[in-house]
Structure formats: C-alpha cells, structure tokens
Design a binder for this molecule. Structure first.
Ligand code: BG6
Length: 466
C-alpha cells in the first residue's frame, strides 16, 4: 500500500447534517420525504406538514456535532473525509441572485476543522439532493436550465473553498439515473404516463454529463490543481452460467454503467454509449457546443461505491436486494439483514476490471455494511461489521499489491451512524460510532464507540494490516 493511501469515510449531507432550516438554509427536496417508518415506499409531500417525522431535518445532527465527530474521525486516523454540500444551504432556492453567506460559513468551519486534524476533504456537489424550489419551478433535471444553475452553484463553492478543498466529485452515483426504478433521487423527476420515458432519461443523462464536464472546466480555471472524480454505482455482476447467452446478458447489463464513465473519462459518447442508445431506441437533443464541453471536461480519477454483487442470466429467477441495483441471487454468498450479498472478492475483481478499462487512479468512495446494532453497555459488539471490513480491506490490498491496481483511497460509508438513503431508517446502521437516535429521531444523539472503532483505527495505523 502506498504510504499516503487515503483511509477515511464518507457521508451525504441529507443523511447526516440535519440543521435543516438553520442559518438561512432553504428547503431541500429531501426535507419533504418521509422515511420507511411510514410504510416502506417513501412518501413525498408538497411542503412540510405537521405531525410527521422527516428524517433529514435532524438526521444525526452533524450540524451541531461536527467538532466532536471530526475529532472521532481523527482519532480513528482518517486521512480523508468524503462529504457532500447541501445546495439549498448555499442557494436557498437554487436560482437566487446571492448565495447564503451563513451557509458558506458553515462549510468553512467544517474544512477548517478537518485541516486542524490533517484530514483531506473530498467534496461531492450533488449527492441525491436539490433545493425544493428547483423541483417545483423547473421540474428538476427535466429542464436544461438546471445545467447553468448547477454550474453556478459549483463555481461559487469552488471559488470559496479553492484553498481548502482539492478533490471534487460532481454527481454521486450518476448512473443511478439509468439503474434505479425511477429517476427520482438522481433527477427529482416523476415520469408522466404519456411521455417517452426512455428519451427523457437519456436527455437528463446528457444534461448531467454536460454539467459534470462544465464543472470540471470551470473548476480548472479556478484552480488548475483541482482533482475531479466521477462517482459510479458500480455493478459487480457475474454471468449465471458459461452459456454465451448469459455472457451476452452480462455484457448488456454493464452498458448503463460504462455509459457515464466512458463519457466522463474519454470525453465522448463511445461505441459502448452509442450501442446502448441504439439498444434502448433513445433519442435526445445535443446542442451545439455540448460535445466540445464533454471533450474538454474529462475527470482525473474514477470513484465508485461497492457494497455487494449480483448475478445475471436467463435462468435467474430470484432477485437479490441491493442499493438500486437489481440482479439475481448468488448461492455462494451470504447476505446482510437487508439482503445485500457480501462479496469481498468481488471488490478485487471490480477494481481490476475498472482499472483495466480506464487506467486512471481509482478511489473507493463508498463501501460498508448496514446492520441492526445491539446497543449494550454503552457500545456495540459489531463482529459482523468487523468481519466485512477486514475482508474488504484484504481484497483492496490484494488488488493493489498483487494486481498493481492504482487505487489511492478508501472511504467507509457512514463511519458515524447516519440515516439510510434507501429507507430513511436509523436502524440500518453502518457506523463505527453509534448515535443514540431511533427511527423517529428520538434519543439523546450521543455518540458511542463500537467495537469496530478500534479495528478500523488499527487498520489505518498499520496501513491495511488486518
Ligand atoms: C449509496 C448512496 O447508493 O448507498 C448512499 O450513495 C447510501 O447515499 C448508500 O446511503 C447505502 O444505501 P442505504 O439505503 O443503505 O442507505
């Protein structure tokens, strides 16, 4: 392992920050969503209503606990912390003339605190988040106007923090637009029955790819040393059998993954992208100048989330669970309480496949295990999480040391407990630090170290020894 390997953790503002109307922050679309406690499918309101508990309002209150939380990260030895900025904290309605100074100050405090502990921030600009007003006024990413609004927000943020932040990720899991059952969390759009959903999906993907590239171009004008990454919801998938038809199905399954990273890294719609457009019979508008923007705004590193693996093939009947991804069950693997199949070797395989294809540095921007924790004697004996962590670290080490994959960092998802993106629950915990809050946001909010805390600390201290 390289000596400067970036061990750390990752979170998203809407799952962690809370402080939802503080210091001039505007409403974010997440603020009107209810969690799973209201019956698994998430419910979205037009505005805040009394008598409901909205998970994002308080989340696990990083807003008021940031000093304590960053100190805990530092105690574990974090070298990096991947976090996202809440857009409506900076532009209350998304299209305001002036940014909210108080919101900008909040992130100044965070970056200063991180610097105090020598933790490098890796900042995501769009992590399943948007000012509510932009969804109501423009229809989310349905509108091409979002490109300019998103780039303006990015420019303000990059200019403000140009001395404090070097690593930027524009969109979290950009390909979830093609993979999720609805484009809600990536684009904030609900399809209308009479519209061509495929065309709209490809159009919105184009808007986001142009936004990604424009952000890179503008960022490099602000600071040529900035490093930009994408963030892909990676689908580690195996063919069910050696039947060539199953292999072809696997090939097709990966097209929507490569679609985004090909453009972001190679700067054009490659043959893979064109093949996918054709297969899906997609038509969308490319305006003059767009292709040049895509060509110029290519990224420096590839980042991805990895939690589990899936199976594809003609005879696959039982579908496994996972974050937005769908695929079949694998009889060789065990799964978490949420049915996500645990496959550390799949991470080594994925690192190899991605690196072979793109040959640019890789960053594992999310990996982790959601589990139900038993809080006893002021701690959690989370041996299941420890086992998951150790096995995945071993896989990364092997990919780097045996396979020569250039991977420069690893961020554990939700190192301090946060709210689940998929269900809005607290009980699905990923952290090395337990936060005393339940699904209804009740509890003291106090932080307690779990058994895994010391294990991750040791892993970082020894640069990956397990
Ligand atoms: C990723 C998202 O898809 O999965 C995170 O980027 C999310 O925001 C993570 O939290 C785990 O999913 P969940 O549903 O368990 O929170």
């Amino acid at each position: 392992m390289r000596n400067n390997f970036l061990w750390g953790g990752a979170t998203a503002a809407n799952q962690y920050e809370g402080g939802y109307l503080e210091d001039g922050r505007g409403l974010s679309i997440n603020d009107v969503e209810l969690g799973a406690s209201h019956g698994h499918a998430r419910v979205i309101h037009e505005s805040i209503q009394d008598d409901y508990y909205y998970p994002s309002h308080q989340a696990t209150d990083f807003y008021h606990h940031y000093k304590e939380d960053i100190a805990l990260m530092a105690e574990m030895g974090f070298k990096c912390y991947r976090m996202s900025i809440c857009w409506s904290r900076i532009f209350t309605n998304g299209d305001d003339e002036i940014p909210n100074e108080k919101g900008l100050e909040f992130y100044d405090h965070i970056f200063d605190e991180l610097a105090k502990h020598h933790i490098i921030p890796i900042v995501t600009l769009h992590h399943f988040e948007m000012p509510l007003a932009l969804v109501q006024k423009y229809g989310g990413w349905r509108s091409r106007q979002l490109i300019d609004l998103a780039v303006r927000y990015a420019k303000v943020v990059m200019e403000r923090y140009k001395e404090k932040v070097n690593y930027w990720i524009v969109f979290n899991e950009i390909n979830s637009l093609f993979i999720a059952k609805t484009p809600w969390h990536q684009a904030w759009v609900i399809y209308q029955e009479d519209e061509n959903q495929v065309d709209l999906m490809f159009q919105m993907a184009h808007y986001q790819l142009v936004t990604s590239a424009k952000t890179v171009i503008e960022g490099r004008k602000i600071n040529p040393n900035f490093k930009f990454g994408n963030m892909i919801l990676y689908n580690c998938c195996y063919a069910h059998t050696c039947d060539p038809i199953d292999q072809m199905m696997l090939h097709d399954k990966l097209l929507p993954i490569y679609y985004f990273s090909d453009v972001q890294i190679r700067g054009k719609y490659t043959n893979t992208c064109l093949a996918y457009q054709k297969k899906m019979k997609a038509h969308f508008q490319i305006e003059e100048g767009d292709l040049e923007i895509l060509q110029q705004g290519t990224i420096d590193f590839y980042s991805f989330s990895y939690y589990s693996s899936l199976v594809e093939g003609q005879a696959v009947t039982k579908s496994a669970d996972g974050n937005l991804l769908d695929g079949g069950r694998n009889p060789y693997l065990k799964a978490t309480a949420w049915g996500w199949q645990i496959d550390p070797l799949g991470l080594r395989i994925s690192l190899n496949l991605i690196y072979d294809r793109y040959q640019i540095p890789l960053f594992i921007s999310e990996n982790g295990m959601g589990a139900i924790d038993e809080f006893k004697n002021q701690t959690v004996e989370d041996d299941n999480r420890i086992d998951y962590l150790k096995q995945h670290v071993k896989a990364i080490k092997e990919a780097i040391e045996e396979d020569y994959v250039d991977c420069f960092g690893y961020a554990w998802w939700g190192p301090i407990d946060i709210i689940s993106a998929g269900t809005g629950e607290m009980k699905k915990r990923y952290g090395f630090v337990y936060v005393d809050l339940d699904d209804q946001g009740k509890g003291t909010g106090k932080r307690y170290k779990k058994k895994s805390f010391e294990v991750y600390k040791k892993i970082i201290e020894t640069n990956g020894e397990i």
